[in-house]
Design a protein around this ligand. Structure first.
Ligand SMILES: NC(=O)c1ccc[n+]([C@@H]2O[C@H](COP(=O)([O-])OP(=O)(O)OC[C@H]3O[C@@H](n4cnc5c(N)ncnc54)[C@H](O)[C@@H]3O)[C@@H](O)[C@H]2O)c1
Length: 257
């Protein structure tokens, strides 16, 4: 039996990049998947790929920072699958802006999607899981930027640091309901995303130069960690962050002469 057979998942931001890889990996492991994204037609394309793997799938157009839309998403998932076992809070936006130049709208957008979106989706799904009384899993996608500061990323890095602490608090609140809450923190991961500008070659080279394993991450590296946290093997792991970054966040490498 596949390890997620009979389980149902919502993956936010599932239309592209890491979310797409996560949705497809969960389907490979036997889960039925709702692909939720602000780009509805693109989410449906991924849902089709899930169906091609022999799993049930649904797509849903949602802005995760809109509470009414998030409520409708969870209702639609329950209608489609009967219940929700797993929420992957993956939808996220990034962007660079130094403090002195930053527009208020930049801060609000990043916090709204990354942190408030995580709160709204977690609350709506957790209420559903608690009412059902059979536990569940929440996996939040943070970033090495949530632990390692870099100039120009105060909004993004703060949103991702917030997700780490949000994960820990939810683990304390929801554990007694049999719901685990963990986070996965990718380092730089090349996704070939159609909606995100890839980092410049110089940035990529500088970043990879600091990765002990000497390469950027792949979407399947990240999806495998999410699938593990969703699996029965991770039943007693709660409130943890797994950085999937080739060792980058373990420490700054020192330059030796
Ligand atoms: N790729 C990386 O190197 C990397 C590194 C660390 C963390 N992350 C995190 O992983 C997650 C996915 O990143 P990615 O690289 O795949 O990005 P991406 O831009 O390729 O994909 C993000 C997806 O989220 C969707 N989305 C954006 N705003 C939304 C909203 N308001 N509501 C619903 N969906 C929305 C987009 O349409 C897109 O499908 C993000 O949370 C990101 O911060 C990525």
């Amino acid at each position: 039996m596949m390890r997620l057979e009979g389980k149902t998942a919502i993956v936010t931001g599932g239309a592209h990049g890491l979310g797409r890889a996560i949705a497809l990996r969960l389907a490979d492991d036997g889960a039925d998947v709702m692909v939720a994204d602000v780009l509805g037609p693109d989410a449906e394309v991924v849902a089709e790929s899930v169906r091609a793997k022999g799993r049930h799938a649904a797509s849903f157009e949602v802005d995760v920072s809109d509470s009414a839309a998030v409520g409708a998403m969870v209702m639609a998932a329950v209608e489609a699958f009967g219940h929700v076992d797993l929420l992957v809070n993956n939808a996220g936006v990034s962007g660079e802006a130094g403090l002195l130049e930053m527009e208020e709208a930049h801060w609000d957008r990043i916090m709204g999607v990354n942190l408030k979106g995580n709160f709204l989706c977690s609350q709506a799904v957790a209420r559903e899981m608690v009412a059902r009384g059979e536990g569940g899993r929440i996996v939040n996608i943070t970033s090495t930027a949530g632990a390692n500061a870099r100039p120009g990323a105060s909004a993004y890095a703060s949103s991702k640091a917030g997700i780490i602490q949000f994960t820990r608090v939810l683990a304390l609140e929801l554990g007694r309901h049999g719901i685990t809450v963990n986070a996965v923190g990718p380092g730089m991961t090349l996704t070939g995303s159609e909606v995100k500008r890839p980092p410049t070659e110089e940035y990529q080279a500088a970043f990879v130069g600091q990765v002990p394993m000497g390469r950027a991450g792949t979407p399947s590296d990240v999806a495998a960690a999410v699938a593990f946290l969703a699996s029965p093997d991770a039943a007693y792991i709660n409130g943890q962050v797994i950085f999937v970054d080739g060792g980058y966040s373990a420490g700054k490498l020192s330059v030796s002469g």
